[in-house]
Design a protein around this ligand. Structure first.
Ligand code: ATP
Length: 320
């Protein structure tokens, strides 16, 4: 095989509970991840060296050197295999960059899957997961897709059965927010407030709403401990969230470390009306609709319009 293309979804956090700052600088998290239908595409072509180029949504803000997470993933996979493989990666971005939707992690996961195929390694998902958790806390979920509870730094994952499809609207902001800065601001706000920070736990009513596919109940249960920090760094997001609520969103939340805002709609039709209303209100750089959960990285082949899905082993676990 000379070329492999993998499509990979963005994520939104349905619950992001942040524990106290640990001695190693990380926080214990409870992170309910949910993959949504906004996709990057990563194409891997056999080459002697390692290279990456990026096009699409905010491509100019993504590094095209060894700092790119997709290249780091390819290098880590080659090292794991103990061989000096080469690859040229082409990334087509649709996931907002530094938007709190884990676009870089998604590209890293896609690169692992694409290079595993391209180099004929045949490594099982478990091996890719191990490499993924060294690359970043959000990369293991990006490999899995669907909906899952992450604990630890977010990398210990338990997939969840979800009883339906949820419809979302995403309001994209101008410019990104640095995840590290948002965590720093969260620590600062907490220190100032002086309240003790408890050990994070998954919210049972949220998990129940997911199990039965109840959008109204889910909307009421969305929480993000990073939201006050994101709002403190980017005050305009409060107006964006308010506009979504005013137009009937069942839940309105900053996605991960922001600045993308996520709104849960009642139905696909409601998502379209909500998106149109947010566009009219002028509270976002762009507004997208999407649904979730969707499966993780998917190998696609052939010319556009005749894409063929090659199921990965984890698709058989009922996540697709
Ligand atoms: P998260 O939700 O995991 O905190 P994010 O969605 O806020 O992440 P990303 O889009 O992953 O943020 O980008 C974070 C930074 O990583 C960017 O500023 C960018 O410079 C860098 N980066 C490295 N590789 C990539 C990539 N393939 N795609 C996007 N950003 C990348």
């Amino acid at each position: 095989m000379n070329s492999v293309t993998v499509r990979v979804p963005a994520k939104v956090n349905l619950q992001l509970a942040v524990g106290p700052l640990r001695d190693d600088g990380y926080h214990d998290l409870v992170n309910v991840f949910h993959a949504v239908s906004i996709f990057d595409e990563v194409t891997a072509v056999a080459e002697t060296g390692m290279s990456v180029r990026v096009e699409g949504e905010s491509a100019d803000q993504v590094p095209e050197d060894g700092d790119n997470l997709a290249i780091q993933a390819a290098v880590a996979l080659a090292r794991h295999a103990g061989r000096s493989y080469g690859v040229s990666l082409a990334i087509r971005k649709a996931i907002p960059v530094a938007g709190g939707m884990a676009g870089g992690s998604a590209d890293a996961a896609a690169a692992l899957v694409a290079c595993n195929e391209l180099w004929g390694l045949g490594l099982p998902l478990e091996d890719l997961m191990e490499i993924a958790s060294d690359l970043g806390s959000d990369v293991p979920f990006a490999l899995l897709g669907g909906t899952a509870v992450g604990t630890g730094r977010g990398e210990r994952l338990a997939p969840l059965e979800v009883g339906g499809t949820f419809h979302w609207v995403f309001a994209l902001a101008d410019g990104g927010l640095s995840t590290a800065k948002v965590y720093g601001e969260c620590d600062r706000i907490r220190q100032e407030g002086g309240e003790p920070v408890g050990h994070p736990r998954a919210a049972e009513p949220l998990l129940a709403a997911l199990r039965v596919g109840d959008a109204r109940a889910l909307g009421a249960e969305l929480t993000n401990d990073l939201q006050p920090a994101a709002l403190s760094l980017r005050g305009s997001l409060a107006r964006t969230l308010q506009a979504g609520r005013a137009h009937g969103a069942l839940g309105a939340i900053v996605s991960g470390s922001g600045p993308t805002c996520a709104f849960l709609a009642e139905s696909e039709a409601h998502a379209e009306t909500l998106a149109a209303a947010l566009k009219t209100e002028n509270v976002a750089r762009d507004v997208l609709t999407a649904h979730g959960p969707v499966p993780g990285p998917t190998v696609v082949q052939g010319p556009p319009g005749r894409a063929q899905r090659i199921p990965l082993s984890h698709d058989e676990s009922g996540q697709s």
